[in-house]
Design a protein around this ligand. Structure first.
Ligand SMILES: *Cc1c(COP(=O)(O)O)cnc(C)c1O
Length: 394
């Protein structure tokens, strides 16, 4: 889906980024989806259904946890927003429940999704099972082999996993196959995208469903500290957990830091840092930053955290970075591994390796922050899936 003809600016733009770079056959489906989404969000019954699911099924609000031991060590006041405690073990369910509910309200008979590490596939399978909609998940053959446990989980939840044998047989090829499927069966099929990427209205829709994180965090920190935080950190793969916590704070005087996968180091080319080391281009239907070579060929990425192993990033984050509202930084696999065991040992919380990137950056920058600064880190998921990864020294 790279390299389609450029369309006029306007709808779904974040500065110069975003838009809809898709084949004509999908244009109408996106316009219809946009309309259905707008109507749903204005419909009190839809909002009530979604709030009910988030509260009584998924476990919202998630806690905002003060970390006494880490705070002491870093001479800061550190809080974690606990998306690791959401049903399924990560923030992803906020989005899949929202979109699955929308699919049902649109009368769609089937949901398709793509997955790399399998986590979005699992979250989609959970939502599909709860709402009684069949789910089919496209997944690269290489990823199916690497993520056998999540393949079993999806199948246990009643989803069908469709192997993708094209290209590098990983996530970006799975997205291409899912888009191809959608073009063919657009009438009865809902394509449930996993991050703030893709053509409009996906980045807006996913942000809307994930913004509950920041809504809660803002209320919770005001209750606890009587003021807003000085700094908020979140890891960035596609960017959905980051925009989810950042969005409600955009108009505030709060420093926002997105932490990308530095992998083996930016100089090695083995990383997933699209904002820090990429350039503007079109991938999967939107103009944003991506990792590409001089011919516009999408680069291979690497990260110890499967959820950050993606060559693109949401257009809204590209804009927030370019306009200076959000800082983008990267941390290496090694630093993330160290932060992973640091949080486990100091606070008794095993973070997802993705979330450990945000903790790692906090540790690196703690000395530059004012003493007793209030910092919130979005703990996007839990780390059970990562305990086999080699543990670093503390
Ligand atoms: C998928 C995932 C991510 C990365 O996705 P974003 O859209 O950038 O949030 C981060 N953390 C966890 C735990 C994930 O499962």
């Amino acid at each position: 889906m790279t390299g389609s003809a450029e369309r006029p600016a306007g709808v779904g733009r974040y500065g110069r980024f975003g838009g809809r770079y898709v084949p004509e056959t999908l244009m109408e489906a996106l316009i219809r989806l946009d309309g259905a989404f707008t109507r749903a969000m204005e419909d009190p019954a839809f909002r009530q259904d979604l709030t009910g699911l988030l509260t009584h099924y998924a476990g919202r609000p998630t806690p905002l946890t003060f970390c006494p031991n880490l705070s002491k060590r870093l001479a800061l006041r550190v809080y974690l927003k606990r998306e690791d405690l959401l049903h399924g073990g990560a923030h992803k369910l906020n989005n899949t429940l929202g979109q699955a509910l929308l699919a049902r309200s649109m009368g769609k008979g089937r949901i398709i999704a793509e997955t790399g590490a399998g986590q979005h596939g699992v979250a989609t399978a959970i939502a599909g099972a709860r709402l009684g909609l069949p789910v089919e998940v496209y997944m690269g053959e290489v990823d199916i082999r690497r993520q056998a446990l999540n393949v079993s989980r999806m199948e246990l939840l009643g989803a069908r996993v469709i192997p993708v044998a094209s290209g590098t047989r990983t996530l970006k090829d799975a997205v291409n196959e899912a888009l191809r499927d959608w073009v063919e069966r657009v009438e009865d099929t809902f394509y449930l995208l996993g991050s703030i990427v893709g053509p409009h209205p996906y980045p807006l829709m996913v942000r809307t469903f994930q913004s509950v994180i920041g809504e809660e965090a803002r209320r919770q920190i005001l209750e606890r500290e009587g003021r807003l935080p000085d700094t908020i950190l979140a890891c960035v793969g596609g960017g959905s957990n980051a925009i989810g916590i950042f969005h409600r704070f955009l108009a505030d005087d709060v420093r926002l830091i997105g932490v990308e996968a530095g992998g083996e180091g930016l100089e090695t080319g083995m990383h997933g840092a699209s904002l820090c080391a990429g350039s503007p281009g079109v991938l999967h239907g939107a103009l944003s930053y991506l990792l590409q070579d001089e011919n516009g060929q999408v680069s291979d990425t690497h990260s110890i955290a499967a959820g950050l192993d993606y060559p693109g990033v949401g257009p809204e984050l590209a804009h927030l970075r370019e306009s200076g509202r959000m800082e983008a930084v990267s941390v290496t696999d090694r630093a993330a591994r160290e932060a992973f065991s640091l949080l486990a040992r100091t606070e008794g919380i095993v973070p997802a390796m993705e979330s450990a990137h945000a903790i790692a950056r906090l540790v690196e920058m703690a000395g530059e922050l004012d003493r007793e600064s209030v910092v919130v880190v979005n703990l996007s998921g839990r780390g059970d899936k990562d305990v086999e990864a080699p543990v670093g020294p503390v």
